[in-house]
Design a protein around this ligand. Structure first.
Ligand code: HEM
Length: 520
């Protein structure tokens, strides 16, 4: 007879259960006490977000509901306001949630803290193990999911693919822009569901750039590849929001989607690996495709698969979504369309000549327009890092919020560029010299205003700054120029500016625009 069975002869089950519960509660209290002491030593806590239910179990419900209703920004505003922050500059834009027995998540929209996360304390914060584990089925050990040496290797591997000659391969983009313009139609003002076309366009351009072969989604509306990739992203993003409840979500469609994308990519990897390093070297040229270039640096198909998935995610929806927001705003701002067209005609003449890389770089108003879109609608609106060691964030802790915030190893820190770039207190006060409301889309503000360092970071900053920034700016600039060379005026079919936040920020109700060849 075991000791437990002997003890049970003398004790009732109720008694044992009560003792176990007491032990559990005591252990939770002890762990909380130890954590609190550790946090105090490193800095302090930021203001706590209070929810209605025990252990904040209702938080995942509220955040998921806000996302479903396209109210994520309001939800985050509520989070900060209810912990003493407002848009006049009161408070710290840093607060924290204590969830379950002893888990803690910090949220911040403070440029000082974001700078620490991304650059000054780069060694202290990274993607972290939990992020890696949550994303590994999708993005494997790619540049997006790793830290330290593994990340560094990926960055080294991918850097040569973004050299200027690759970035400036405008012929590749032109072939897809032509199809896009053909689908926009004859310029009779009829409604075009533009965001869908942009997503198809950027998928074609990205797959062409990455695999040397476009999936041709502009050729046929029903693209299995696009639907599969969208579904994988949807489930992945939902998982982050559901927190501890993620295990109740079915992931069948997620794994099916991954299989479809893998089956598409696999033959290209096999072909590239079938070439010897010498063959690949001799093929090296501007028209070399990305996979072949990658195969000169790695012969591991898994490494190639992971990096290609990461780049597909990074390169496709980001540019499509930014273009969607930009044209949504253009449809409401005919004055900006006129100014853009005037600049295009001044640089390229009225004959519709395609712009060069340098032309795009030199068009000031075009770049203001893209930057203004990335300011108000940064396509990666929320992001996360985790402390890799016991450390602290510089601001938001202590009674006045000016002290550091202690972060024990493994603490997730969510940061939001969207929230930060919309903070009124980070802009000059409205005046006759600066009449531009920060919450309005006005490209002209860039002529007289330069954001302070770390107040505008749509591509992130520091060592992990977006590797595709130049590629994206050129692809978007080129596309805008080509469309506006073709059409003189846009018609707004009742677009609204509500925002949907999945992994990226998209117009919640799409973008419906008419195009006119000649202004009415
Ligand atoms: C409007 C367009 C784009 C925006 C706003 C954007 C923004 C960003 C942001 C915010 C990050 C940081 C993510 C993080 O560290 O958590 C990032 C990383 C990255 N982006 Fe972009 N991106 C854009 C387009 C592209 C394109 C076109 C490519 C490639 C074809 C690309 C490739 C990457 C890669 C590889 C990383 C990871 C860098 C690293 O961790 O070292 N991006 N991007």
């Amino acid at each position: 007879m075991s000791h437990l069975e002997m003890a049970l002869q003398y004790l009732s089950w109720k008694y044992v259960a009560a003792v176990l519960v007491a032990i559990y509660i005591a252990s939770v209290q002890i762990r909380r006490y130890v954590s609190a002491k550790g946090i105090q030593k490193l800095g302090g806590e930021s203001p706590r977000i209070k929810t209605r239910v025990f252990y904040s179990l209702d938080f995942p419900f509220w955040s998921t509901r806000a996302s479903r209703n396209n109210r994520t920004v309001d939800f985050f505003d509520w989070m900060y306001e209810h912990t003493g922050t407002d848009s006049n500059g009161t408070g710290t834009y840093t607060s924290e949630l204590h969830i379950l027995e002893n888990a803690r998540v910090i949220f911040t929209a403070d440029p000082e803290n974001i700078k620490a996360l991304l650059t000054t304390q780069f060694q202290d914060f990274g993607k972290g193990q939990q992020f890696h584990d949550e994303w590994k089925d999708f993005l494997g050990d790619s540049i997006f999911t790793t830290d330290g040496q593994l990340w560094h290797n990926s960055r080294q591997l991918l850097r040569p693919m973004f050299i200027r000659e690759k970035v400036a391969d405008l012929d590749l983009i032109e072939s897809h822009v032509r199809k896009l313009i053909a689908l926009i139609g004859p310029g009779d003002g009829k409604m075009v569901v533009l965001h869908k076309l942009f997503f198809r366009f950027s998928l074609d351009a990205s797959t062409h750039f990455l695999f040397g072969h476009s999936v041709g989604s502009l050729d046929s509306e029903q693209s299995t590849f696009a639907a599969a990739f969208d579904e994988v992203q949807r489930v992945q993003s939902m998982e982050g929001r559901l927190g501890p409840f993620k295990y109740f979500q079915s992931k069948k469609s997620f794994y099916d989607g991954i299989k479809i994308v893998e089956n598409f990519i696999e033959p290209f990897i096999t072909d590239a690996l079938a070439m010897s390093p010498d063959e690949l070297e001799s093929k090296l040229s501007k028209s070399d495709n990305f996979i072949q270039a990658l195969a000169r640096f790695t012969r591991d198909p898994k490494v190639m698969r992971d990096q290609l998935f990461a780049l597909l995610l990074a390169g496709r929806d980001t540019t499509a979504s930014t273009l969607s927001w930009l044209f949504l705003e253009l449809s409401k701002n005919p004055r900006v369309v006129k100014k853009l067209r005037a600049e295009i005609n001044e640089v390229l003449g009225e004959g519709g000549q395609p712009p060069s890389y340098q032309n795009i770089k030199d068009m000031k108003y075009l770049n203001y327009t893209i930057n203004e879109t990335l300011r108000l609608y940064p396509v990666v609106p929320f992001n996360v890092r985790a402390s890799l060691i016991d450390t602290s964030l510089p601001r938001g802790g202590g009674p006045d919020g000016k002290g550091p915030v202690g972060c024990l190893k493994g603490t997730p820190v969510g940061y939001s560029t969207l929230q930060m770039q919309r903070r009124r207190d980070l802009y000059p006060p409205l005046s006759p010299e600066f009449p531009y409301d920060p919450l309005e889309w006005v490209p002209d503000r860039w002529a007289t205003w330069t954001p302070k360092a770390w107040n505008f970071i749509p591509f992130n900053g520091g060592p992990r700054i977006c590797i595709g920034q130049q590629f994206a700016m050129v692809e978007m600039g080129y596309t805008i120029v080509r469309i506006l060379q073709e059409f003189e005026q846009l018609v707004d079919y009742g677009n609204d500016r509500s925002m949907h936040t999945d992994i990226i920020l998209t117009p919640a109700n799409g973008v419906k625009v008419g195009f006119l060849k000649q202004a009415r």
